[in-house]
Design a protein around this ligand. Sequence first.
Ligand code: F6P
Length: 526
Amino acid sequence: MTFSAPAPLTSLPEWQDFCQACHTAQPDESSTRILTAAGLHADFSGQRYSSAWSEASIRLLEARGFSAQRDALLHGGVCNPTEQRAAWHTALRSPSAPKSAITVERERMNAFVRDADAARRWRHIVHIGIGGSDWGVRLSVSAFGYNKLWRTVRFVANIDGHAMEGALADLNPHDTLFVVASKSFTTVETLENAARGREWLAAAGIKDPSQHFAAITARPDAAQRWGVPEGQIFRLWDWVGGRFSLWSAVSLTTALAVSSDVVAGMLTGAAAMDTHFSEAPLAQNVPVQMAMVGIMNRSVLGFGSLNIAPYDFRLGNLVPYLQQLDMESLGKSVDLNGDPITVPTGPAVWGMPGTDAQHTFFQWLHQSSEGAPVDFIVCQHADHKWPSHHDTLLAHCLAQREAMLRGKSYEQALAECQREGLSEERARWLAHHRVHQGGRPNTLIVLPRLTPYSLGALLALYEHKIFTQGLVWGINPFDQWGVEYGKVLAAGILQEIQHPTGVIAEHDASTNYWVNRFARPLRSAD
Ligand code: F6P
């Protein structure tokens, strides 16, 4: 599949038709639009919709060559032209994958875990990694290990020494394994933290600290040079993006902390969503519909962000996971031709689990001047033993959704105040403060239950949504040039802080001031 530069989006008549259809479509409170994929239910009833919108969406996707591009994605075509790579994360979970490097690495990982479990070895795991080498593992461990871990699992991502210091607290060095996840094996935070781990082991009198390390990387040679035993290095490949890598041996910590079955279940669920994405007609294709609704809300209706509201305590890490997946993929404004994209692209993604979110920022979602579309995510069945808790959780999720959509008119608010016995004057004044604008779009995703399968399907759903949005916007969702510049600047400033010569490079005045102030040993006492 050779890369073909897309036409500028706004030059397409299909884009103009789509915009027109977005403005004329409306949510219809009297009907539902619920689609199902890989066992998940996606309720789009809270989004604008019309048959004209649906048809215009499909024509726009066809104008972007959706089917051919989807085939390229699913079959290892070059979908990342700026890095000249495939984006073949789906191969990592393909059930039909022949015995290949992928299955060999997966079996090596599973064998490592089997041996460690049989020997009751490595009671403590310290996972060192950041971004895509961290969030997916944190998510799966917190989703399925929240109440049944025989191993202690700590995560260290940040270069801030407090993170490593806290992670090492009260661990037994003799029974601690450091899992270093880094596709590039060059990430400063990860290498520095790994070095502190090695020093900690040596300080405890461990003769060969390197035996306490495993690594997952696309640079096995670099890991071996660092000192990780070859038999404990697991491969990743260049054609797997970091934020798409939890399907690889990056999930070693999940397998050790919870079980290899959890990893396998997530792969199976994601593969089921891949099949749906590949085969479902576009009008019933859940990732496609999520994508088009998202483009409508972002690029046409002008919502600046997307709120993720998982109504499940175990999915707290879903928000940062999706922040990286979405914002590192779509936080771009240049198309594949190198031309500026003249419509708003990639929203800011934010959120937290409900019901906590209701007591944190739902006021803003209900009554701020703009609000944000919300992806509500909830499991129909819970895995704890208090049914009334789950009933209440479900009720709050549905109620918040209804309030955002339907709102509360002035007349309703006034009647409410009058029923409370307020004076007519006070009621007429206070009612203004109780009006909810409504018409705030939302999608409800219902998982039957939180299982490795359903979580895998959910994450693949978002991956394919993001791929489809990148295609329509003309964005390469698989590179991340925006994260490199800051790293280069930081290397120079670090040098100036650690080895001050009195002369510093040309910065802005504020940066100059603070580099001078932070420079060692000149760092001022206060
Ligand atoms: O944030 C930039 C980034 O390259 C991410 O894309 C990646 O997940 C993270 O840093 C860690 O990179 P690595 O796995 O190479 O250490």
